[in-house]
Design a protein around this ligand. Sequence first.
Ligand code: RAM
Length: 355
Amino acid sequence: MRSIHSGSTRRRAAFAALATSAALVLSACGGGAATEGGGGTEGGSGSDGEQTITFIPKQLNNPYTDVVLGGGEDGATEAGFVSSEVVGPLDASASSQVSFINAETQRGTNVIVIAANDPDAVGPALEEARTAGAKIVAFDSDTNPDYRDLFVSQVNAKDVALIQLELISEQIGGEGEIAILSATANATNQNEWIKFMEEELAANPDYANIELVAKVYGDDDDTKSFQEAQGLLQAYPDLKGIISPTTVGIAATARYLSTSEYKGKVALTGLGLPNEMRPFVKDGTVSEFALWDPAQLGYVAAFAGKALADGSITGEVGDSFEAGELGEREVGEGGIVLVGPPTVFNAENIDDYDF
Ligand code: RAM
């Protein structure tokens, strides 16, 4: 649905410092968090609600992550955390986050916000953190629901899939071969979107003449994504379009296409950052792509974490909490809090956005 042009993005050009405050405040809480198992008021905090929050993104060297974390830092401050930190791996492989989770457990961090590189690989470490009293908020990419209190999701996963199919279908005139260039093969968010895309391609008669011929993985690594894009066009000379549901993948693919013979002939859409995609929209490599406001994801996750740590919600369906200037948010089915909506960016509106 194209209704999704949003006028309400907060547009935080939030290339915030990745390492927010260093490890100072932790001495105030120490192991206090480890003593409170759950649910009560002021639960989990060491002293008078002085709670700490740590964000563990999929990877640190990702411009999308920087925007998400800028919103997270703002949210953490506004929600009243005494310290907000960011730790995480440089690569998005399945188990790369485990040691970071363990370190937070040892420090007695009250709220861990995580974008899971793998739904299960982080499970045992998160269980230990919870046993020690931490609240777990997944955002961007969910864990197995058993391991977290809430998942703050961009947009309903199926809608994320559908908008990308609509865009590619329009751009290739409703027929031909397409491929998906994803992030890592184990990322929960990517795999959910791809699953919904495959189901819709099979079920929706509008897409009967579109054939998904390949799924490849650039691992949210710029060089690998670029090479995978190149490889796709060599392997599938009739390819009409590429969907890349990752900001790293779509930018690398656009860069490849922009100087290749395929520019303007092979369509590219997916999920991208306006600031990264602007040159490729202006030079005609890309006509339309989508994304939500990443800063809002971090912002809402921080407020969700505060409500959990305060014990004002437990993550049950129907729980609600105030998310600062974004207003009240409710926990839906599956313990999911939606942020949305997505915006479609094109030559007409891309200059209105700065993230
Ligand atoms: C990449 C990551 C992230 C995803 C965005 C759209 O930066 O894969 O998880 O949500 O793209």
